[in-house]
Design a protein around this ligand. Structure first.
Ligand SMILES: Nc1ncnc2c1ncn2[C@@H]1O[C@H](COP(=O)(O)OP(=O)(O)OP(=O)(O)O)[C@@H](O)[C@H]1O
Length: 237
């Protein structure tokens, strides 16, 4: 089932056309990655999906319904969760408080503690540190917490804006292991990544964006078998 369908999307900032006619679809249970250089328009697409920037033309459909004009909170209630590049967490609160707070707006019959336990399954390193302040977390751990907070809502679609940004390789291993667990358990994820190697290993479909235009849609499995791709992006002969 197609969960999300972005068609002919245009996003502009004054005279700058950041996204020019991009179309992307996400099927339930798939991990879809958008890759591309700085300024390609990747974040603008994600923000348009979450309703954070104005769409100049084109549409965003969610489970077949046109949600292009919907407010961000309505999209969130409909099952779309967005983890921005800035990894919003409350630094003065503990890890546990951050996670529980993420569940405070859920329906009264939702067991938030159970949801928190579920989120921690994917990022077990946080489990032993629930009483520590988020301010002490490394960049990678903060990213895990930000994703964990989004998971507490049990969204149908998890949108991640450049989860690897600024993180050391060793930290990335732990983060992407968590993302791979999410994928393997059937979560639907749309992410933007500049780290092509990580994106290819995680995703089911890869969209390459340049200058606001989708240049290519690739099958990561094929790329992983392609010798020139392996040499260029994976450092393998
Ligand atoms: N609020 C804004 N006002 C003006 N221009 C913007 C704004 N946000 C983005 N842009 C411009 O739109 C273009 C696309 O930006 P966007 O952040 O979507 O790209 P990106 O692929 O996510 O880049 P990066 O990887 O550097 O985050 C760039 O030229 C950027 O400078």
């Amino acid at each position: 089932m197609t969960l999300l369908e972005v068609s002919g999307l245009y996003v502009s900032y004054g005279p700058i056309d950041a996204v020019r006619g991009a179309s992307i679809s996400v099927e339930r249970g798939d991990v879809v990655a958008i890759v591309g250089p700085n300024g390609a328009g990747k974040s603008s697409i994600l923000q348009a999906i979450q309703g954070l920037v104005r769409v100049r033309a084109g549409s965003v459909r969610w489970r077949g319904t046109d949600i292009t004009g919907w407010a961000p909170e309505r999209r969130a209630r409909a099952g779309i969760a967005f983890v921005p590049e800035s990894r919003g967490v409350f630094r003065t609160l503990s890890i546990g408080e951050n996670l529980r707070l993420a569940g405070c707006a859920l329906a009264a019959d939702v067991d938030v503690s159970e949801r928190v336990r579920l989120a921690l399954r994917y990022f077990p390193a946080l489990t032993d540190r629930l009483s520590e302040r988020a301010a002490v977390l490394s960049g990678g751990e903060r990213q895990q917490l930000a994703i964990g907070r989004a998971l507490v809502a049990a969204p149908e679609l998890l949108i991640l804006d450049e989860p690897s940004l600024g993180l050391a390789p060793v930290v990335l291993d732990e983060l992407f292991a968590g993302l791979a667990r999410l994928r393997d358990e059937g979560w639907t994820i749309l992410l933007v990544e500049q780290n092509v190697a990580r994106a290819v290993k995680l995703a089911d479909h890869l969209f390459s964006l340049r200058g606001g235009v989708i240049e290519r849609v690739s099958d990561p499995g094929e790329l992983l078998r392609n010798p020139s791709f392996r040499a260029k992006h994976l450092g393998l002969g």
